[in-house]
Design a binder for this molecule. Structure first.
Ligand code: HSE
Length: 310
């Protein structure tokens, strides 16, 4: 048995992308988690946390462990165990796919160590089990873009149908992360169960518009379509200064702006890196004016997703 460790990088993601609750997501270049993983003779999953984040290391309570176990169960694999050392950079509860990055990393790592027999698309279903453990819902709009990279549409959950969407080269994301925690589970609990037909019509018009805009490289259409009339009105109440930050992003040239995943991070899509940097700094400044600590990320869309580094 080869017990040499491999290193895996797994990036942050922006889920929902305004109008696409649970069905749209894209991948960032940074921040990202790194894990080191190796086979061990004992048939256990051993997790070692080398970060200052409080993360459970019992495999059945840990996103990495749950995803990995789901993958191993499907393979009926019992010949060795795995040791995983976590070096997390994405803060849990930040809204940029912290748990998904971990879930994606563990299944990509295990697949690699066991001979790379499965595609990343095959691995999405196992990483979703990690999301289920972390947030109570097996949503794929973080894990799919984290694994595959790029812009991703979950066309259907049953059966799982994942579609990668092309996007224009000059599309950049500005993300601001206020240093407060919003747990996905809580942010899902506040959502209304029923949607008025008029809101559904607006929302699916926007989803179609966003997809068409991405395909056509039509930045104006992308911007017009970044509107969420269903989830954002409820969840934005959990984020202090949300309205002001969004207003500032748009005034500084963002195409559109909304909550990243379940928040509290806020993302804006922009045409070009320069605009994205200006927007990110303006959003950060707005939070600072309300004395809310925050950090910013500016990134092009990451086309690769989770990768094995060595
Ligand atoms: N679609 C999920 C939600 C993403 O909004 O609850 C969580 O990051």
């Amino acid at each position: 048995m080869n017990t040499s460790p491999i290193r895996i990088f797994s990036p942050a993601t922006v889920a929902n992308v305004a109008c696409g609750f649970d069905v749209l997501g894209f991948c960032l270049n940074h921040p990202g988690d790194e894990i080191s993983m190796r086979l061990i003779p004992e048939t256990v999953i051993r997790i070692i946390n080398k970060t200052h984040f409080l993360i459970p290391t019992e495999p059945h309570k840990n996103t990495l462990g749950v995803s990995l176990q789901a993958f191993l169960n499907a393979l009926n694999y019992r010949e060795s165990g795995f040791e995983i050392i976590i070096e997390k950079k994405i803060m849990p509860g930040s809204g940029v796919g912290s748990s998904s990055a971990s879930a994606a990393a563990s299944v990509v790592g295990a697949n690699y160590l066991l001979g790379n027999k499965y595609s990343k698309a095959d691995l999405v279903q196992y990483a979703m089990q990690g999301e289920l453990a972390a947030s109570g819902a097996a949503h794929a709009d973080n894990v799919a873009p984290a694994l595959l990279g790029g812009f991703v549409l979950i066309r259907s959950y049953k059966p799982l149908d994942i579609v990668q969407i092309p996007y224009p080269a000059d599309l950049y994301a500005a993300v601001v992360h206020p240093q407060i925690e919003v747990r996905t589970e809580d942010a899902r609990r506040v959502l209304k169960k029923y949607v008025p037909l008029k809101d559904a019509i607006t929302q699916w018009g926007n989803v179609g518009g966003l997809i068409a805009g991405l395909y056509r490289g039509d930045y104006e259409l992308i911007g017009r379509s970044l509107e969420d009339v269903i989830v954002e009105p409820v969840r934005s109440l959990l984020i202090p200064s949300y309205k002001e930050v969004k207003k500032t992003a748009l005034e500084n040239g963002a195409l559109g702006c909304s909550i990243s995943g379940s928040g509290p991070s806020i993302f804006a899509l922009c045409r070009g890196k320069e605009v994205a940097e200006k927007v990110a700094h303006a959003m950060s400044q707005k939070f600072q004016e309300s004395e809310i600590e925050n950090c910013i990320y500016v990134s092009a869309i990451n086309p690769k997703g989770t990768i094995v580094l060595n």
